[in-house]
Design a protein around this ligand. Sequence first.
Ligand code: NAD
Ligand code: ZN
Length: 387
Amino acid sequence: GSTEIKVNYKRARPSLVVSSIHAEQTDAIVHVIASTICGSDLHLYHKEIPGMRKGDIMGHEAIGIVHEVGERVSAVEVGDRVVVSAVISCGSCEYCKKGLFSCCDNTNPSKEMEELYGNRIAGIFGYSHLTGGYDGCQAEYVRVPHANVNLLRLSAEEYKSLGKKSLLLSDVACTGWHANELGGVKNGDVVGIWGAGPVGLMTAALALYRNASRVYVIDCIQARLDFARKIGAEVINFKEKDVVGIVKKSVPGGFDVTIDAVGFRYTNKSWRHKLERAVFAETDSVEALDEAIRCTRKGGVVSIVGDYLNLANRFPIGAAMEKHLTLKGGQVHPQKYWSDLLPILSADEIFGRLFTHYMKLSEAPKAYKKFDRKEDGIIKVFLIVDG
Ligand code: NAD
Ligand code: ZN
């Protein structure tokens, strides 16, 4: 059954409003205060992921105020300050119950993904019809399915101590923690992180929080490497230096844990002609992952949070097999990590400094361009809804 959820359309521009059609009793409508752009959105921006349709609304990170709730929503009330989970989970399937929220069986009806992977994966806001076709958070209002599971309610005190950092709880902070959890990063570990985007930098800050003895961050963007150095990481510019050579000299035996926070880039775009059947090219590039594997200590762990979607050429299966490596990866489970991260983010101002730019939602095209080109020292943009 479904209940009607009303949205105040007056304050919102029609092109940005999420429609309330198909509203369920378990939905909430959130009035978005701020959203942001993720490295994952760049894959859509470059049309590297099929399944987007004209008029789809992007974005999977938001903070806001609950505007309407369905009858079966009990975890939040109208007027509550909330964080929206990037990943949409049902909370009641066998995977959700185990805390594997991004493996949820019930929120992504896409047959293509099931065919590609042999199993379903969870729905994601604003991330193409391959992940459920949910309209996203770069909007003035967003419909949140299974609101009891996919919203984090912030008390007045929590919001006061978190402020803008609360926006990091939709995805990036949780993904950084997820990367550390997958890698099992612990006291004394030497950790190598490929990618100094918001995800890589968050991962580095949290690895240091977990008392990793040394953290190396590899990228080629100076402003991002500077940030990494400021928080206590050592850095390598892969355009200037031979990463494998440096690691060999300065970390004998290799890293205990390596983390890929870069992800794929398609080199062959032939799939573009087959959008509806979601056929991907078999050419995801894996340069960063290849380097990471070669820099991992024997018996070490490779944690993959950079996104990969299909088959990859030149994947160094030999090194991975012969060195007894453990490879782990996956989309983040934001809901699982919220309680761990609330106190960590509240206590340290460094996390808030990831927001290098403040722009209005109406300037989103400009923000996308800047974030894509990594111009102007941009790390993460705080997109304020100006409806
Ligand atoms: P970003 O684009 O801002 O950052 C990526 C960084 O990688 C850039 O600074 C770039 O210069 C660097 N880079 C590119 N090639 C490299 C190489 N060969 N070696 C080292 N660094 C290299 O993106 P982001 O927001 O930080 O996201 C990073 C990745 O994480 C993306 O693939 C994104 O899709 C993925 N992601 C995954 C999850 C998840 O749940 N698993 C969540 C969020 C983002
Ligand atoms: Zn589920």
